[in-house]
Design a protein around this ligand. Structure first.
Ligand code: ADP
Ligand code: MG
Ligand code: ZN
Length: 523
């Protein structure tokens, strides 16, 4: 409490903060799941300054984004906390003797060292210093921030995160603190195993629901798309801060320019910009000088802007986890904020084929990424289930639709909702698809649904007529059969795979392939 008040000027702990701090001070591993903006950093900042627990020495914080660590280190330094940032090209603050001399000798040690996972994986000086600190019993804990990046199953984004599996091997008794703002049950399991968290680790989680965010999903207007967005912003959020997420750098630049053309204060942000440009864009947005950033996903991780009033997805997010993270940047101050997602089949196809065409991707990862996009497609097409129920279900959290209170488009819609048991149709469809796969190696969703409902068969699919599933669904509406089919895709029972055809466009084929993730021992 003394540190919370004296150093950080805060009055009380938030949910789970004290629990996490006490556990890590006792030397236990901790896994903390706390929604973005919930205050995860405090869970390693406070114990790093505590004396009297079972741990001694330096807290090593591993975090993916240099700019964010830089902000945090500057902020800590301003509070008089001895913190150091070590990146590939700089050390902040620069000091004498050098940080390496300081770490490897008798000098007092910093309380916190911030490093990127790449640095951990590659830098010999750092590894040497860590070994020395370990030997001298001056290594208090490792805090792995944004740990969901470990759970992305070898996604090309951050391979260095995979090297963190060596922490436990190299420093067996040093407590690990894993922090993330979003992880499904499978991701959690993956994080636990990759970091080798001890069986007695403390797991702290809270609801992921963000009650002040309002969710809306809309089909993308065919024409004047940017104009539609511009008039929405002018009408509902004039002079307020927001982010527009786009797929691709050129789209970012174009949309930002168009929004400026409509008299809005917008700038673009993407990975190909110079650091100085990025910095400028980020700072003028943070200070409120500019209102809107049009960005690729590269923008926003961990940003501290409390008053973001809208997030617009101009393009489809590539997973529900990303969608949750991206929309999560709105309304950190607890006041209402709007999240609007525009989708189009073009985007869906684009995202799928981008994954399909990615070179050097393990087949397993490719399938996983495709599946993640399919889940997003499933989400945008679902016009009945509460958006919160759908999003939270992705994180394996049960949410009661009534608690949404009409704050998502599906709950706000005036039509009445009925639940219909479609188990029979679902089983018939799966059986029909399995039978069809035996006849034709390639079957598409539309053809199968067409035949299931007894549609006229073309020459090259005439054999479907001989199967027991043919015409079985003739009494069910097309929309409903499609819904069941997509539900099966969303459940991972039916797999949609994009494949090259002889023609100019790749096609999507359906397969029945239910896979489960399980421990090797349990196979
Ligand atoms: P996260 O990493 O979980 O997204 P941060 O650690 O960046 O969140 O914290 C978000 C904001 O919440 C920060 O501005 C921080 O100062 C504030 N905060 C954290 N803990 C508390 C607390 N106990 N009381 C008041 N504000 C807090
Ligand atoms: Mg954080
Ligand atoms: Zn709802």
């Amino acid at each position: 409490m003394k540190i919370l008040k004296g150093t950080f000027g805060l009055g009380s702990f938030r949910e789970n903060q004290l629990e996490a701090i006490l556990a890590t001070l006792t030397g236990l591993d901790v896994f903390i799941l706390k929604p973005t903006g919930g205050g995860k950093s405090l869970c390693f900042q406070v114990p790093a300054l505590c004396v009297g627990g079972k741990t001694r020495g330096v807290t090593i914080v591993i975090s993916p984004l240099t700019s964010l660590m830089m902000d945090q280190v500057k902020w800590l330094l301003s509070k008089g906390v001895d913190a150091v940032l070590i990146t590939h090209d700089q050390i902040v603050p620069e000091q004498e003797p050098s940080i390496w001399q300081r770490l490897n000798g008798p000098d007092t040690k910093p309380k916190l060292i911030f490093v990127t996972p790449e640095k951990m994986a590659q830098n010999a000086d750092l590894r040497q210093a860590l070994r020395y600190l370990y030997k001298e019993r001056m290594l208090a804990r490792f805090a792995v921030d944004e740990a969901h990046l470990l759970g992305t199953w070898g996604r090309d984004f951050r391979d260095a995160y995979q090297c963190l599996k060596n922490l436990r091997r190299d420093f067996p008794d040093i407590p690990i603190l894993a922090l993330t703002g979003s992880a499904t049950n499978a991701d959690q399991e993956h994080i636990r195993r990759t970091l080798c968290l001890k069986p007695n680790h403390v797991f702290l989680a809270e609801s992921f629901n963000r009650p002040n965010l309002h969710y809306t999903v809309l089909p993308r207007p065919g024409r004047n798309f940017t104009k539609v967005i511009a008039s929405y912003i002018k009408g509902s959020h004039p002079k307020q801060a927001g982010i527009v997420y786009c797929i691709g750098r050129s789209t970012c630049e174009r949309v930002a320019a168009e929004l400026r053309g409509y008299g809005l204060s917008a700038s673009h942000f993407h990975g190909a910009m110079l650091d100085s440009e990025k910095q400028y864009t980020m700072e003028s947005w943070l200070s409120g000088e500019s209102d809107i950033v049009v960005a690729t996903i590269a923008f926003g991780m961990g940003i501290h802007k409390p008053n973001v009033r809208f997030i617009i997805h101009h393009g489809l997010p590539s997973s529900l986890t990303n969608y949750y993270q991206e929309t999560g940047r709105a309304g950190r101050d607890g006041l209402p904020a709007d999240c609007i997602l525009y989708y189009s089949w073009k985007d869906c196809a684009f995202l799928l084929s981008r994954i399909q065409d990615k070179p050097n991707l393990r087949e397993e990862d490719r399938q996983r990424q495709l599946h993640e996009v399919e889940q997003v497609i499933h989400f945008v097409l679902n016009e009945t289930d509460c958006r919160r129920v759908q999003i939270l279900q992705h994180f394996d959290e049960q949410f009661n639709r009534h608690a949404c209170n009409g704050t998502c488009d599906n709950c706000a819609a005036s039509y009445t909702v009925v639940e219909k048991d479609m188990s029979h149709e679902a089983m018939s469809l799966v059986k029909f698809l399995l039978d069809a796969m035996a006849l034709y190696s390639k079957v598409t969703r539309n053809h199968l649904i067409h035949a299931f409902r007894g549609g006229k068969l073309k020459q090259n699919e005439v054999l479907l007529g001989s199967l027991s599933g043919y015409r079985l669904g003739k009494k069910t509406s097309k929309a409903l059969v499609e819904r069941v089919y997509d539900e099966l895709i969303g459940m991972g029972v039916i797999l949609q795979k994009t494949e090259q055809t002889n023609g100019p466009y790749p096609a999507q084929y359906s397969y029945v392939r239910l896979s489960v993730v399980c421990h090797h021992d349990n196979i």
